[in-house]
Design a protein around this ligand. Structure first.
Ligand SMILES: [Mn+2]
Length: 330
């Protein structure tokens, strides 16, 4: 006959069960904390070595709400980390400061009510997306994505933030942010441009920017609304290139995308490091972006191409595109 447990033995068993439950819960909690705290520690460490200037609140300026234009600043293909005879991380930083000053001067003149910014991908150069790339960079990918690029984006936004009531940042990633060789089977979202954008938005928050809204797309495109007009932005590796730039390829993709992606009349394309724009047909207009990079031997040899160091700023009102400006760097 089995002996029934004494009250003491019953309490012992219950205590044992509770101890196991507590240990299980503690382990689960510790695991969650590890993932989150690792990310937090990484960003905190990265921010320690970055000097972020506290930002001034936007100044109130008189503007006619109906007539005030909206500004669009396209920042594309910074390729930070790339080392050539005439380009390096240091040169990239100097050129970003130059383009910021030029954009600030245009904003002071035109007095827009909203500044739209697109970060169009390939802001990082990468370190292992083609064979031999480690011989053509001056910073590893971690430093590019978590320190240098976010710091440069933060520079642009903290300098321009006091000049406008509202900033709307849209981001799309490029092929250089990929985590390895083409066709490597990694997730599209595992992209270092996205790491740089998320870190930059944190840095801007820490710097005290209160008038910026971020739309960090995890897809291959992002659509902005500028003075009521849809601007579809893609990195551009979806479109065939070459020298001279392939307007037929842009046209073909644009016509196809009008059927699949609603509400846009303007198309912004990066990747090809060539500054161009124009009407495609009737009411569709395209912008092809330059890059602050220079001295790219791959482009010179294989594509017989080498653009000037350029970025672009435009102004729009409800009727459409008002003006296009070159941001020219040296
Ligand atoms: Mn690209």
């Amino acid at each position: 006959m089995q002996k029934s447990p004494t009250p003491y033995e019953g309490i012992e068993a219950e205590l044992k069960r509770l101890r196991t439950e507590v240990r299980k819960a503690y382990n689960k909690l510790a695991k969650q904390e590890t993932t989150e705290s690792l990310i937090n520690q990484a960003v905190t460490e990265a921010l320690k070595s970055v000097k972020v200037q506290p930002v001034q609140p936007p100044k109130k300026r008189k503007r006619n709400k109906k007539q005030s234009p909206e500004a669009w600043l396209c920042l594309s293909d910074w390729q930070v980390g790339k080392k050539t005879d005439t380009y390096s991380t240091e040169v990239a930083g100097k050129r970003v400061r130059q383009l910021t000053n030029q954009a600030a001067a245009l904003i002071r003149k035109e007095n827009p009510k909203v500044l739209h910014i697109v970060l169009q991908g390939d802001m990082v150069e990468g370190e292992a997306i083609f064979a031999g790339q480690p011989f053509e960079i001056d910073e590893d990918l971690w430093t590019q994505a978590v320190k240098t690029v976010p710091k440069m984006i933060t520079h642009v936004i903290t300098k321009l933030s006091p000049l406008v009531p509202k900033i709307k940042v849209a981001c799309v990633h490029g092929n250089h942010g990929r985590s390895g060789f083409k066709g490597g089977g990694h997730s599209r979202k595992t992209n270092w441009d996205l790491v740089a954008y998320n870190t930059a938005s944190l840095m801007c928050q820490i710097a005290g920017v209160t008038n910026a809204h971020w739309d960090i797309s995890e897809e291959w495109f992002v659509v902005q609304k500028i003075a009521g007009h849809g601007m579809m932005c893609v990195h551009g590796d979806q479109i065939g290139g070459g020298c001279p730039f392939n307007v037929a390829a842009i046209y073909k993709k644009a016509m196809g995308w009008t059927h699949n992606i609603p509400d846009w009349k303007f198309l912004s394309v990066g990747h090809h490091h060539t500054h161009a724009s124009g009407e495609l047909n009737k009411d569709i207009y395209f912008f092809l972006s330059g890059s602050p990079e220079s001295g790219n031997e791959f482009a010179r040899e294989k594509l017989a191409q080498g653009g000037l160091a350029l970025q672009r700023m435009c102004f729009f009102n409800t009727s459409g595109l008002l003006s296009e400006h070159l941001l020219k760097m040296d």
